[in-house]
Design a protein around this ligand. Structure first.
Ligand SMILES: Cc1cc2nc3c(=O)[nH]c(=O)nc-3n(C[C@H](O)[C@H](O)[C@H](O)COP(=O)(O)OP(=O)(O)OC[C@H]3O[C@@H](n4cnc5c(N)ncnc54)[C@H](O)[C@@H]3O)c2cc1C
Length: 296
């Protein structure tokens, strides 16, 4: 890898940083840059572009498995890229803001529309890229526009051009999300708080605690992937330190010392069994670094 110490003049940088994946596996990241502002992000990426250095973006890494061999490319982390602005019913969030924090902030300001997303552990940028959702609601439902760094310039892209679909948007093919504009509706503060509590309880009752990446596979038609994995008799089945949850069959847990290879072997086995039993080909929701879109 090139000498990248010049990045430290622009923003905080860590070399040989441990994997941030919420599954708790994966090798070290060779170089992570943590811009705190849009300006720092612009400067860091333009200098990397000028030097011909490739980079990858990560938010909270709650949907991303990191290879056991680690990642050699530069990672741009949005974890310090934070800021919230409220104007009427419109919220503007920098990409590193956490979904949990944004939902609480909306509730404090009597704004309704994202209560169901209140326990998703990702960032706004990752949420937009994945079009995260829960309880029948998706982030894309409330997005007005996103500011995206495209070819060295920040462009404001309207929601209709982001092509939101189930756990999909075009964001990943466009560039790095800097900020997101969402529009909510006025609501009753108490009611919003009560609904959020209800969603959090429903989630706590249906999903396991512990290290995971949430749902491993996307829904197949109207049926959840967990339904098929459960019916294939795989709840509790494990490989190495990775285990299919007994509570929610679409969750793989790190029950101690799991590697990313354990995760992938177990997920591939579940997929193979579901195909064998039901002829259903599950598609990964989880992503894999360094080759972020190669799980198929
Ligand atoms: C316990 C648990 C529960 C979960 N429950 C849900 C749920 O109910 N619903 C749901 O949809 N998901 C759920 N997830 C998955 C995950 O939290 C979401 O997909 C979340 O939106 C990912 O955000 P992130 O910041 O962690 O993304 P990351 O994992 O960091 O990245 C995901 C993708 O987004 C891209 N990306 C990240 N930031 C940016 C940016 N600023 N600009 C451009 N691209 C970017 C990355 O390159 C990558 O392709 C859960 C995960 C866990 C661990």
């Amino acid at each position: 890898m090139k000498d990248l110490f010049f990045l430290s003049d622009i923003c905080e940088v860590k070399f040989d940083a441990p994997s941030p994946s919420t599954f708790g596996s994966g090798g070290n990241l060779a170089c992570v840059a943590y811009p705190k502002t849009a300006e720092e992000l612009l400067k860091a990426t333009s200098i990397l572009d000028a030097e011909g250095v490739e980079y990858i973006t990560l938010g909270a890494c709650s949907n991303t498995l990191i290879s056991d061999d680690g990642v050699d490319s530069v990672v741009i982390s949005t974890q310090r890229l934070k800021g919230k602005t409220l104007e009427g019913n419109n919220l503007y969030l920098l990409a590193g803001e956490r979904m949990t924090v944004v939902c609480r902030y909306a509730a404090e300001n009597s704004l309704s529309g994202i209560e169901g997303l209140c326990s998703i552990p990702g960032s706004m940028g990752g949420g937009l890229a994945m079009n995260c959702g829960a309880f029948g609601r998706e982030l894309g439902d409330v997005v007005e526009y996103a500011d995206i760094l495209v070819d060295g310039k920040i462009e404001r892209i309207r929601a209709k051009d982001l092509n939101f679909a189930y756990r999909h948007s075009n964001v990943k093919y466009m560039g790095i999300v800097v900020g997101v504009g969402i529009k909510l509706v006025e609501g009753d503060k108490k009611r919003i708080g009560k609904d959020m509590k209800g969603y959090a309880i429903a989630r706590a009752m249906s999903q396991p605690k512990g290290k995971s990446l949430g749902s491993v596979f996307k829904k197949s038609g109207i049926m959840s992937a967990g339904y098929y994995i459960d019916k294939a008799g795989l709840k509790g089945y494990g490989i190495g330190g990775a285990q299919i949850s007994n509570i929610h069959a679409n969750f793989i847990l790190n029950i101690g010392g799991a590697t990313s290879a354990d995760f992938l072997r177990l997920a591939d086995y579940a997929r193979q069994e579901v195909d064998k039993c039901f002829g259903v080909k599950l598609k990964y929701e989880v992503e894999y670094l360094p080759d972020i879109r190669n799980l198929d």
